[in-house]
Design a protein around this ligand. Structure first.
Ligand SMILES: [Zn+2]
Length: 199
């Protein structure tokens, strides 16, 4: 059984949002089309409390996009984004949300960020995504969404680690590119780990 994992297609990650990913809106029709090809569809969402430790504003003197630390882990300090129940945290208008079987929230704990849809960055807590997929009989996943160089990458790498045959739908992803070339490097990293790259 195959499942599509749609990563963080939320208002704040679209252009004009708090942490807008360039071209993020362009993937909507592509993701919607791919949904038709999968018997199971899950979506992850970034779902932060307002005092979340990934927000620069919650670090004294912390600047947005600087590298800081959170609970002993390196942490990029982000602008406030995807606060629980906010408009920015809602799935993007135009995403075919009625086709989504199950939503998994991440980044809900103040003390740790969560790029992967499976685990927090410290790998201390699972979201339940892996168990749910296995319970559905899923053995193969395709990953798409936002952003290629963060949550998509970590979700795809974790999917492999969890034992799923994993592919990346490149056309249905966009990246942040904090450093030029980040997206390209992320795709290479996924590919060399064993993720099949679909173009
Ligand atoms: Zn976040």
């Amino acid at each position: 059984m195959k499942a599509l994992i749609v990563v963080d297609v939320q208002n704040d990650f679209l252009p004009g949002g708090a942490l807008g990913v360039p071209g993020g809106n362009e993937i909507l029709p592509v993701v919607n089309r791919w949904m038709e090809a999968f018997p199971r569809i899950v979506a992850t969402r970034d779902w932060h409390p307002p005092d979340h430790g990934s927000f620069a504003v919650n670090h004294p003197g912390g600047k947005v996009f600087e590298l800081g630390e959170l609970d002993g882990l390196p942490q990029v300090l982000w602008p406030v984004h995807c606060v629980q129940e906010s408009r920015g945290a809602e799935f993007a208008d135009g995403l075919a949300v009625d086709r989504i079987d199950r939503v998994f929230s991440k980044g809900t704990r103040v003390e740790v960020d969560s790029y992967s849809g499976f685990h927090d960055n410290g790998r201390r807590h699972a979201t339940g995504l892996g168990d749910w997929l296995r319970a559905q009989g899923v053995d193969e996943v395709a990953v798409c969404g936002l952003a290629t160089d963060y949550c998509v990458k970590f979700t795809a790498l974790d999917a492999l680690r969890e034992g799923f045959r994993t592919s990346l739908i490149v056309d249905a992803c966009r990246g942040v590119n904090l450093e030029p070339g980040d997206v390209e490097r992320a795709v290479e990293e996924m590919q060399s780990a064993g993720v099949e790259i679909l173009k």
